[in-house]
Design a protein around this ligand. Sequence first.
Ligand code: PAF
Length: 282
Amino acid sequence: MEIIKTIPDMQKRANELRNEGKRIGLVPTMGALHEGHISLFKIARPLCDVLITSIFVNPTQFGENEDLEIYPRDFEGDEKKCKSAGVDIIFYPSTDEMYPEGYTTFVEVKGLSEIMCGRTRPNHFRGVATVVAKLFNIVKPHLSVFGNKDYQQAVIIEKMVEDLNFDVEIIRAPIVRESDGLAMSSRNAYLKDDERRQALYIYRALKRAEEIIKGGERDIDVIIEEIRETIESNSDMKIDYIEIRDAGNLGELEVLEGEILISIACFVGEKTRLIDNITLRV
Ligand code: PAF
């Protein structure tokens, strides 16, 4: 497994691979790899000849009072996990390499970046779109895999690829959960025992919503209220949002029908913000 740290070296390697006719798959990550990331590697592996992952804690997608400084970092552990998952190259740039002094260019996917998580994290998706666009230009992948845990992020990346004509196939991967239902996330590492117990109610509330929809409930306000009630009566978590939207374009719904996304964001404990979602065909 190779580790490449500079942009010119990565671009040179990507060009060599492309000239050899190799199909490049990219899984972009911020490291602190867990089973969720490993599942992305597993999906990408048979679809490409060379599997590349990027490990970069991207400062432009963190807000001023967010967890950039304490975001978990474990390159040695990540390296071992990548090796056993069959990753061929880790692209591991420094912040200065990605954003040298004088850096001024950003990618904004209007509209989609301003709803849901974008309300609480105003510049978050601008940072995500920018770094992913840069990674596509550096790693030159034929395909790239994104998890549905960050559902809004995946929709935004697909829109960016469409609007900016990136020649990259985006592949979406299902959410990976712990045995008790908690969606895997690097931020779960922040949770104390009692916070982790509370966090389980995010998924339980989503399952409750699924249950009442399957039982015939179609009133969006009633479903949202049921989710709120499930969370608030079982935890001290502060709900950031509960949204039910069109799963394809994240549009608002007048009536509950088609492929729908139910998405929740909650603050648990001091600062940990967790997100989770399910999709359903109604
Ligand atoms: O999902 C993530 O880990 C990040 O948002 C990404 C896509 C690697 C961009 O920094």
